[in-house]
Design a protein around this ligand. Structure first.
Ligand SMILES: Cc1cc2nc3c(=O)[nH]c(=O)nc-3n(C[C@H](O)[C@H](O)[C@H](O)COP(=O)(O)O)c2cc1C
Length: 376
């Protein structure tokens, strides 16, 4: 039986389920062209806005490492230390929509069969802002992009009506998605922040607005560590720091938990998983939870900026996995997507030495049956 790497996701055909996420690897035409040459099936552009943004002085992103000797997590480079996470406080693209449009056109002309998704962001406080979303959506689709990803997740926006502040407000999630859907002829994905208690609530709001897929996770809100010698934050400007975003291996289990909340609530909808992926084993967890595609940022940043070796590993891992499971009749991603989604249950549904001893955290009330169906 022959292996089929391709997937169909929100009506778009991808050569394989692996994309570069919206971030520095996709911030320029040359990076995106190199990414397609390396074998990525799709890219989501660095988030595009209407107005120019100005980043902080100095480093916008750094990597934290840890070592078995001291288990210390630090941005300081030490020999033998392993990657723990990325930390960033980078804003959206510092290039405007007018800079992007001719480049989107040229990228699509050079690689008509690869998938180009434009990540876009505007405010959401009034009708003029909603029209800005529609303006961005129309311009990008007229330039030939295959889909739109709405950034409801950037964790370091000052404005209350932008980025993750939209993703924390189910009303705004619905309204903005609906506004973009009115203008869009291409599929619309919503990238949600993981910084909410019940992400399935915001996912439901996006679906009500007409979203074709949910993407998660963006980076988790976090601050850098304080250097024990200097007592300064490891990244700071004039001694000051603001909340930024954590990515990479450290967020993998956290992001899987967020994804599972959504795929269990909406088993028939489309999801794209991000967070801590650097080879196929991690991508597999997202797919087994129900994701149809996955996206990569931190691992690609550390591999020649666009991850040529990461995509090689992902493709080799997928092929080897399908070959290993050929006797089950599996030939492609759809054959195992979602296979472990229903294995996440309540505490009370997990077997214990003697089921009669467990009362879901309640006192044993004489004369009453234990409330085993309540979650802990
Ligand atoms: C430096 C940096 C810049 C980023 N910029 C954006 C952005 O403009 N838009 C966006 O949706 N996500 C952005 N992200 C988030 C990534 O796309 C991704 O969701 C996150 O890093 C988790 O994936 P990872 O664990 O593979 O890094 C950025 C991440 C980093 C590290």
């Amino acid at each position: 039986m022959s292996i089929n790497r391709s997937v169909s996701f929100t009506g778009i055909r991808f050569d394989n389920p692996f994309l570069l996420s919206s971030a520095p690897p996709t911030e320029s035409e040359s990076n995106i062209l190199r990414a397609f040459e390396a074998g990525w099936a799709g890219v989501v552009t660095k988030t595009i806005g209407l107005h120019p943004v100005v980043n902080v002085v100095g480093a916008k992103a750094k990597f934290m490492r840890t070592s078995p000797e001291d288990a210390y997590v630090s941005m300081k480079k030490r020999p033998g230390a392993a990657l723990h996470s990325s930390w960033n406080w980078e804003l959206i693209s510092d290039k405007t929509i007018d800079w992007w449009l001719p480049r989107l056109r040229r990228i699509k002309e050079a690689f008509p069969d690869r998938v180009l998704i434009a990540s876009i962001m505007a405010g959401s406080g009034n009708d003029k802002e909603l029209k800005n979303w529609q303006h961005l959506a129309r311009d990008c689709q007229d330039a030939g992009v295959d889909g739109l990803e709405l950034n409801f997740s950037c964790p370091h926006m000052d404005r209350r009506d932008m980025g993750s502040n939209i993703g924390k407000d189910q009303g705004l999630c619905s309204v903005v998605t609906e506004a973009v859907k009115e203008a869009a002829r291409v599929p619309v994905w919503c990238k949600l922040t993981p910084a909410t208690a019940e992400i399935e609530v915001e996912a439901a709001a996006c679906f009500r607005g007409g979203a074709d897929a949910i993407v998660s996770s963006n980076t988790f809100p976090s601050i850098p560590l304080i250097d024990p010698e200097t007592l300064e934050f490891e990244i700071n400007v004039d001694g000051f720091v603001s909340s930024g975003g954590l990515g990479g291996p450290a967020i993998l289990p956290l992001s899987l938990a967020k994804m599972a909340q959504m795929t269990r609530a909406f088993p028939d909808r489309s999801f794209s998983g991000i967070g801590g992926i650097s080879d196929f084993n991690q991508a597999l967890s997202y797919i087994l939870l129900g994701c149809g595609t996955v996206q990569v940022c931190t691992a690609a940043m550390l591999d020649q900026a666009v991850g040529p070796n990461v995509i090689k590993r992902l493709l080799a891992g997928l092929d080897a996995f399908l070959e290993r499971n050929a006797q089950r009749g599996w030939t492609g991603v759809e054959d195992f997507r979602g296979l472990r989604r229903d294995r996440i249950v309540s505490q009370s549904d997990i077997r214990r030495p003697d089921a009669a001893d467990y009362h879901s955290g309640y006192e044993v009330a004489e004369g009453y049956a234990p409330q085993t169906s309540l979650s802990g």
